[in-house]
Design a protein around this ligand. Structure first.
Ligand code: 5GP
Length: 143
């Protein structure tokens, strides 16, 4: 998918935003929805998506960037607290060439511990529902 490709309203995150597909929601406000990645690169891997239909960072209106990043920071605080993380890895891909696979803008937040390596992007298996639900509850309680 090219960076300037039009937004596809049938992408999986658009369906999650519309409530047509389920997600393990951890936070929602006026500008974003945050939920667990079901193929986590580490436990607690969380995605924060803007409610605005933006394909990537280049297509989110400039005035929406600040509020969105403020929400990303709020979620990052909760993820850190929930996992007592020693570090946080936060990343964001744009366009297929940039590593993006779902074409609705999203920021990844992953809690990290010293010496624990991350699974590769796109190489993690599906997490079991029970552990995802435990992580969801822990993050929600950390706001
Ligand atoms: P990207 O490669 O576009 O930066 O990341 C897309 C992310 O969405 C990946 O980390 C992938 O595991 C995650 N993902 C893909 N499909 C689903 C889904 O149906 N639900 C959730 N919660 N995450 C998904």
């Amino acid at each position: 998918m090219h960076l300037s490709a039009p937004y596809d309203p049938n992408n999986i995150f658009a369906k999650i935003l519309r409530g047509e597909m389920p997600c393990l929601k951890v936070y929602e406000d006026a500008v974003c929805l945050a939920f667990l990645d079901i193929f986590p690169q580490a436990p607690g891997h969380t995605l924060v998506i803007p409610k605005h239909a933006a394909t990537n960072i280049l297509t989110l209106p400039t005035e929406a960037i600040g509020p969105y990043m403020a929400s990303v920071q709020k979620v990052a605080h909760a993820v850190q607290k929930a996992f007592q993380a020693e570090g946080l890895t936060i990343f964001q891909f744009n366009g297929a060439a940039g590593g993006q696979t779902v074409f609705h803008l999203h920021v990844h937040i992953i809690p990290r511990m010293d010496g624990v390596s991350l699974k590769g992007h796109g190489q993690a298996g599906k997490a079991d529902e029970d552990s995802l639900k435990t992580h969801q509850a822990a993050i929600m309680a950390a706001f």
